[in-house]
Design a protein around this ligand. Sequence first.
Ligand SMILES: [Zn+2]
Length: 50
Amino acid sequence: MPMAKCPYCNKIVKIDDIKMESTGWLANKKMFSCPHCESILGMGFWGSIP
Ligand SMILES: [Zn+2]
């Protein structure tokens, strides 16, 4: 299970907890935000997510 540390709040972000939002303008890309601080972590952060 991939995990990452949020660079903003330094908390562990598990893939189960992460928020994925479709960006709309790039239908095949997802936007990932930290569940703790809601900071945007990136787009396609874990590229292998289906
Ligand atoms: Zn955070």
